[in-house]
Ligand binder design. Structure first.
Ligand code: FAD
Ligand code: SIN
Length: 535
């Protein structure tokens, strides 16, 4: 049954129930009515799968300047310093807030958290709950929402934002709400809102191999782009160096924390190869490690690399990484006795919908928080474990700002026209959708992956442009299905990545292009895209 009426109005419409959306909801709930929508089960999203933890200044040998510096170095000159400052400085309070909600983080003494280390961090500063930190955070945030009576409706997929222009209202554009498809009934509801918050997460599913769950189809970026919001830096897609390489393992991450605790990367001949690529070896930033693995595999013609933990006691591995240990075991790999086969995979979208320091996008009444946003924190490459932190910090900041905006008054809810299904027919060619989806992801993997060339980008652009035309025709002919909505979004996101990558004529951070292998200070700026730039 569809839990939404065909028309509803709320003060805060939150699209997404991960760390960013739920933080927003909890902070906004005392200021107005909140509706959180999730497109599948309510806990399903990247947050739930986060392993390593949350980075913050919590150790006796650490300070804000060091965390700021590490973030800026990883970001390769493109971080926005103010965004880094607020995130780092508000971090410890956010961790205390999580603990006040009942999040159980590992401790090394009753009054001291256990902190792990990850690549690019000059100190141990990653707070964690064993190797399932995200699951613990998501659990506690959902429980807190339930305790406060916050309404969360699952299986509801936002299809498009409604702008004042689309509703026939004159004056400067603003966002009035969203059209929402119910997964089971196919009914499209019209939800108007005082503020609409994109907390839809990332877009790893645009690539063939990814650590991301199925919901990561870039819906928020695509909807915001179509509504006219500014999008930036989509060329900076982070590839995690180590996902499990096994034919039956779908998207299983092998946390960077394993390297933080001494894991060694080896090639198929058993050689520890990172020393040949970077003096920081296994703990170099992710872009460096992922490229090194890619180069080593290509040089030798290997299918994968190996992460060796066998020099560490089994009891230590079981104590710190019980989930990874058990999952590898399910696939017949005993990580205490044999190296784990690993490959890089698409992991994190560093660019996204451009926001200010309180989550506002370039369109009034539209906010973006979490992975969908581009706050300036990550620049050209995200420092490990800074993204859960970003969701916590910006979720709160956006909620406070949206509450202020609500109290300033927005007048009576405007009338939004009902969804117009046109002459839509029942979809009969599911196979077309599946085929296009597969082709898009392969094109992105083969032509817009870890190492790029101008020629491959041009090839990708031509293919994706054809796919977008096909999808557009199909979209307006047939009734909406979740697969079709997601395919349309993925194609838009793919094109945004290609277009940003084509524009940047240098290599920086996560964008590595053989035609321009060096950084060039003339490109020390964001790659900005707004509606119309892709057509
Ligand atoms: P998500 O948690 O991805 O939630 C997105 C939500 O949006 C979901 O509820 C989804 O249903 C909903 N949604 C999407 N589209 C729609 C739509 N059209 N309509 C309605 N709802 C929609 N980061 C760290 O800092 N530390 C880590 O240790 C870490 N480990 C990671 C491990 C893995 C395997 C992965 C995949 C990521 C990891 N990350 C880590 C990154 C981090 O988990 C994510 O960046 C972060 O959780 C994103 O949170 P979010 O709230 O923005 O989105
Ligand atoms: C990991 O545990 O390696 C993931 C950490 C992150 O993506 O920040």
């Amino acid at each position: 049954m569809n839990a939404l009426s065909e028309r509803e109005h709320v003060d805060f419409l939150v699209l997404g129930g991960g760390v960013a959306g739920l933080t927003f909801a909890l902070e906004a709930a005392s200021h107005g009515s909140v509706l959180v929508l999730t497109k599948r089960q309510r806990s399903e999203g990247s947050t739930q799968y986060a392993q390593g933890g949350v980075a913050s200044v919590l150790g006796p040998d650490d300070d804000f300047d060091l965390h700021i510096q590490d973030t800026l170095v990883a970001g390769a000159g493109l971080c926005r310093r103010e965004a880094v400052e607020v995130t780092v400085r508000e971090g410890p309070d956010r961790i205390r807030w999580l603990m006040s909600l009942g999040v159980e983080l590992d401790r090394e003494a009753p009054d001291r958290l256990h902190l792990t280390r990850e690549g690019g961090h000059s100190r141990r500063r990653v707070a964690h709950a064993k190797d399932t930190t995200g699951r613990e955070i998501e659990r506690a945030l959902l429980a807190a929402c339930d305790a406060r009576g916050i309404r969360i409706e699952e299986d509801h997929l936002a299809v498009d934002l409604v702008t004042s222009g689309k509703a026939g209202i004159g004056g400067p554009s603003r966002v009035l709400g969203a059209y929402v498809l119910h997964r089971d009934t196919g009914v499209v509801s019209t939800i108007s809102a005082g503020a609409t918050i994109l907390a839809t997460g990332g877009s790893g599913k645009v690539y063939l191999y990814t650590s991301n769950p199925d919901v990561a189809t870039g819906d928020g970026v695509a909807m915001a782009y179509r509504a006219g919001a500014t999008v930036a830096n989509m060329e900076f897609f982070q590839f995690h160096p180590t996902c499990l390489f096994h034919p039956q393992a779908k998207s299983f991450l092998i946390s960077e924390a394993l390297r933080g605790e001494g894991g060694i990367l080896r090639n198929a001949a058993g050689e520890a190869f990172m020393v040949r690529y970077d003096p920081r070896k296994e703990l170099a930033p992710r872009d460096v490690v992922a490229r090194s693995i890619d180069a080593e595999m290509k040089k030798r013609g290997d299918d994968c690399a190996f992460l060796d933990m066998t020099h560490l006691p089994k009891s230590f591995l079981l104590e710190h990484f019980p989930h990874i240990y058990a999952t590898c075991k399910e696939f017949g790999i005993d990580m205490a006795a044999q190296p784990i086969p690993v490959v890089p995979a698409a992991h994190y979208q560093c660019g996204g919908v451009v926001t200010d320091l309180v989550g506002r996008t370039s369109i009034p009444r539209l906010y973006a928080i979490g992975e969908v946003s581009c706050t300036g924190l990550h620049g050209a490459n995200r420092l490990a474990s800074n993204s859960l932190l970003e969701g916590l910090v910006f979720g709160r900041r956006a909620a406070l700002r949206a509450a202020d905006e609500l109290s300033e008054g927005s007048g009576p809810p405007p009338h939004i026209p009902d969804w117009n299904p046109g002459a839509a027919l029942a979809p009969e060619e599911g196979v077309v959708v599946a085929h296009n989806w597969d082709e898009l992801r392969r094109v992105m993997w083969n032509y817009v992956g870890i190492v790029r060339t101008q020629k491959r980008l041009e090839r990708a652009r031509t293919r994706i442009s054809m796919l977008r035309n096909e999808i557009r025709d199909y979209y307006w002919q047939y009734n909406l299905t979740p697969d079709l909505v997601e395919l349309r979004n993925l194609a838009d996101v793919g094109m945004l990545i290609v277009e940003c990558a084509r524009q940047r004529k240098e290599s920086r951070g996560l964008h590595y292009i053989l035609d321009y292998p060096k950084s060039d200070d003339r490109w020390l700026r964001d790659t900005l895209i707004t509606r119309g730039d892709l057509e």
